[in-house]
Write a protein that binds this ligand. Structure first.
Ligand code: GLA
Length: 389
């Protein structure tokens, strides 16, 4: 599938520009085992890059013109790097403009031609947007020797989303896309950005994604509202506990004792955050000692919290998670990513996937009239140069 994507992107570049691209880059999507909505709450997360990619075919220009071609959307956008770069009304362009805007201040002055195409489904919670931002930053860094570190690239991607797209996201997606390693899960401390790789060895179990096919964009989903709510919550907690700096310094009792002061909604948001921070620590230990039953339980608990307390799930995803609860072959399931649609991630016994997918597909179709999609993903390497001539 990767080869096909590369050939297809390269062929399109050749057709449009009448020459071979000088460079090919691959930038992956991500999954997240556990640690949801806590990257912007000073928590820990456990994502990994997957074998679904955005492929970029690129050649340098001699002047400052940039031509972007989104092959899958059949759209193009051309501009000059010397222009005053501002958000435009094409969303996919903004992810890239936001990156280039920052790179101009880091020495980028020459343009390029870019064709990109993807096997990461859009709006499915697999971070195609982070793959786009980080892929462009990574490519420009290689092409023009900008001296950026991988961490710089992830932060530039995140900043682009904040400033040009308008989603106040955390760092998890960009970090996973850039730092991903084959067969490794990243345990990332979102406060210090220190990280550790854990073996993604699930023995007789596998990760299965069920895509609700409910598309979402975090510009309108409620994502930014959640950020505001927890910020407000944290400032109330700090008022009563001046020693607290982040949610990491809080425990459940502190939050429960402040229930009245926080108000019911913000109380629920804060409670989820504090519990989820602890769950990731427990999950990391469970993965280390191959206690998959425990890991599965923690994933399911995360879902309950996301659905009832953080309220970022939706009826379709709740249905997909509920539907596997009775299955002995499924150890745990939860919504993954920002929520409001997208995929559930399931820890399932290897070999039963097809049977399970058929069963859930039928039930889901009967309930919502929507076709389910399923992905058996492999954990792969982060953003990389595939070929340079
Ligand atoms: C989106 C954001 C991430 C993270 C997740 C939820 O994917 O981009 O930063 O907050 O939602 O865990």
């Amino acid at each position: 599938m990767k080869k096909k994507l590369i050939q297809h992107t390269k062929a399109h570049f050749e057709k449009v520009f009448q020459e071979s691209p000088e460079h090919i880059f691959l930038s992956p999507g991500r999954i997240n085992i556990i640690g949801e909505h806590i990257d912007y709450n000073d928590g820990f997360v456990m994502p990994a890059a997957i074998n679904k990619y955005l492929c970029f075919a690129i050649s340098k220009n001699t002047d400052a013109t940039v031509t972007l071609i989104a092959q899958d959307l059949n759209e193009a956008y051309k501009f000059d790097l010397n222009d005053n770069l501002k958000p435009v009304d094409k969303m996919w362009v903004n992810y890239i403009l936001g990156v280039l805007h920052q790179l101009k201040s880091k020495g980028l002055s020459t343009g390029c031609n870019i064709v990109f195409s993807s096997t990461i489904p859009m709006g499915a919670g697999l971070s195609s947007s982070a793959a786009l931002e980080c892929g462009v930053a990574y490519a420009m860094n290689k092409l023009f020797d900008l001296g950026l570190t991988k961490k710089d690239i992830a932060l530039i991607g995140q900043q682009s989303e904040h400033t040009f797209v308008g989603v106040n996201c955390g760092i998890m997606d960009q970090f996973a896309s850039v730092f991903g390693k084959k067969n490794k899960v990243i345990k990332l401390d979102c406060n210090s950005l220190e990280f550790e790789y854990y073996n993604a060895d699930f023995k007789k179990y596998a990760l299965l994604l069920l895509d609700s096919n409910v598309k979402h964009t975090h510009l309108t989903s409620g994502y930014n509202d959640r950020r505001q709510e927890v910020e407000q919550g944290l400032s109330i907690v700090k008022h009563y506990h001046p020693e607290v700096e982040t949610f990491r310094d809080c425990n459940e009792k502190m939050i429960t004792d402040l229930r009245e002061q926080l108000g019911e909604t913000i109380f629920k948001r804060c409670l989820f955050v504090v519990k989820e921070i602890q769950r990731v620590q427990d999950a990391a230990m469970a993965l280390k000692i191959s206690d998959f039953k425990k890991l599965g339980q923690l994933m399911t608990e995360t879902h309950q919290g996301l659905s009832e307390d953080y309220e970022v799930s939706c009826a379709e995803i709740d249905f997909l998670v509920d539907a596997v609860q009775q299955e002995k072959s499924v150890l745990g399931a939860r919504m993954m990513g920002g929520g409001f649609g997208g995929c559930s991630i399931n820890l399932v016994e290897k070999g039963i996937e097809k049977e399970l997918i058929d069963k859930i597909t039928m039930a889901y179709r009967n309930q919502f009239g929507i076709e389910l999609k399923a992905y058996k993903v492999k954990i792969a390497k982060g953003t990389t140069t595939y070929k340079t001539t």
